[in-house]
Design a protein around this ligand. Structure first.
Ligand code: URP
Ligand code: ZN
Ligand code: ZN
Length: 459
């Protein structure tokens, strides 16, 4: 393993920024400081003047090689983690989906088998619980001990993914007693199903109906209900992919009461809005993801929520399906379009350009939202900061550079991006995962398969 000296850059942690050199040895950060006089045999010096050295991104919401709505997400662990690396993300926590009728431990093993030997960066798993068969919660202890310390529950998608409130309560209660946490997809699925059926009956079968079938109140109601249930269970709660002002308010109220409630939003809710659903033809299907994109009013509330601390994490919810696949399955009925969109490759640069360069958040807040806070929240103590002893997961970002997003040049295995032609401030130049160069100038470096499963801590 080479020894590297990243010299002359600005090291940015969530706690502050400092001009410093960074010594990388044995895959970890050896020292941070003025190391200009350091003499070590074989030391490779890399000039980072004018660059930011950031802790590698931690994206705690991805769906790689995952069964969903009659198909499978388009990126597997090789393509998805290479794309992540190119975009400055060096750790993902991916959702291991439990198909109905499959034991949790078997579903988890199947996901390990998909990732093992393929991932280019480090990865952990959340366990998605879709079928609470007799004895399912008794497997939680084994799953948690194996380093999968969070469980996801859906309050939508009745018949396939959704758990009813009693099962949500039981998952919360058992997880809480183990020090694990529950990630909740908060939408009122039954109301959405009724609204969707009405739209189909009225002949509104096109992809633009997706948004109308999932109004903001369906999220807010579910968020408030889940908070109430978590209080009864006396268990902490983490909301994935929040998209509305009302949800931010509900989380803020809970946190003001010192309840253990945390909220995540995603890059697309911060950078796009509902106008994509007004596009002609099948085009809106590209943004058939859940919850749907909202009006600019909600987007602004999410940014405020991040600044105020009511929302603490920004993830990608990378859940990619090719446009052609969305059309194949859902051309006649928007309910059948696989729900999800891409994003793991562009989360870091979008948040830099739209957040830091647009003066919405500070550089340190950016690092917190995209790396330090998700690492803290999900029990990854060796990630999320550039500090002696921690993994040398480091991103070299040129603030004076620019990045253009396009489907042609992306590494996500997809025939579209939600950001075609966007020109962004900043460029991610080099990305190191445990001291090894894994991407340069938006291209993967080295083989896949070197990424390790990271067993995560409980709370
Ligand atoms: O659009 C999304 N989010 N797809 C389904 C996976 C999820 O997180 O609900
Ligand atoms: Zn979800
Ligand atoms: Zn998701």
């Amino acid at each position: 393993m080479p020894r590297l000296l990243l010299s002359g850059g600005t090291v940015v942690n969530s706690s502050g920024s400092v001009e410093a050199d960074v010594l990388v040895e044995d895959g970890t950060v050896g020292a941070v400081g003025n190391l200009a006089d350091l003499e070590i045999d074989g030391l490779e010096r890399i000039d980072c003047r004018g660059r930011y050295l950031l802790p590698g991104g931690v994206d705690v919401h991805t769906h790689l090689d995952s069964p969903m709505m009659g198909t499978t997400t388009a990126d597997d662990f090789e393509s998805g983690t290479k794309a992540a690396a190119c975009g400055g993300t060096t750790t993902i926590v991916d959702f291991a989906m439990q198909p109905k009728g499959v034991r949790l431990t078997d579903a988890l093993q199947a996901h390990h088998d998909k990732a093992g030997g393929k991932a280019a960066i480090d990865y952990g798993f959340h366990m998605c619980v879709t079928d609470l068969y007799d004895g399912a919660v008794d497997e939680f202890a084994q799953i948690t001990q194996s380093g999968v310390t969070s469980f996801k529950v859906f309050m939508a998608y009745r018949g396939t993914l959704m758990l009813h409130d009693g099962d949500l309560f039981e998952v919360l209660r058992r997880s809480g007693s183990l020090g694990a946490q529950v990630c909740v997809h908060a939408e009122n699925g039954d109301v959405i199903d009724r609204l969707s059926a009405d739209l189909i009956a009225a002949g509104k079968v096109g992809p633009g109906s997706h948004e109308i079938s999932r109004p903001p109140s369906t999220e807010v109601e579910a968020v408030r209900r889940a908070i109430s249930i978590s209080r009864i269970a006396d268990a902490p709660l983490y909301f994935v992919h929040l998209s509305t002002e009302g949800a931010v308010e509900a989380v803020a109220e809970a946190r003001a009461n010192d309840w253990a409630v945390a909220g995540e939003t995603c890059t697309h809710y911060l950078t796009l809005d509902r106008s994509v659903y007004d596009q002609p033809g099948f085009e809106p299907a590209k943004a058939v993801l859940t919850p749907p994109l909202r009006s600019a009013h909600h987007r602004d509330a999410l940014w405020r929520g991040l600044r105020a601390g009511s929302l603490g994490v920004v993830s990608s919810d990378h859940c990619p399906f090719c446009f052609a696949e969305k059309r194949r399955l859902g051309a006649e009925d928007f309910r059948l379009i696989p729900n999800g969109g891409p994003g793991v490759e562009h989360r870091m640069i979008l948040m830099y350009s739209e957040g830091v360069a647009q003066n919405r958040i500070s550089l340190e807040k950016y690092v917190d939202l995209t790396s330090a806070a998700p690492a803290r929240q999900f029990g990854l103590p060796s990630k999320g900061a550039i500090a002696p002893g921690l993994d040398a997961d480091i991103v070299v970002l040129d603030p004076a550079g620019t990045t253009t997003i396009s489907a042609e040049t992306q590494n996500q295995r997809l025939d579209y991006t939600l950001y075609e032609g966007w020109q962004l401030q900043g460029a991610i130049e080099s990305v190191y995962s445990r001291g090894q160069l894994v991407a340069r100038d938006g291209q993967p470096v080295g083989p896949g398969g070197r990424g390790r499963f990271v067993a995560r801590n409980t709370r």
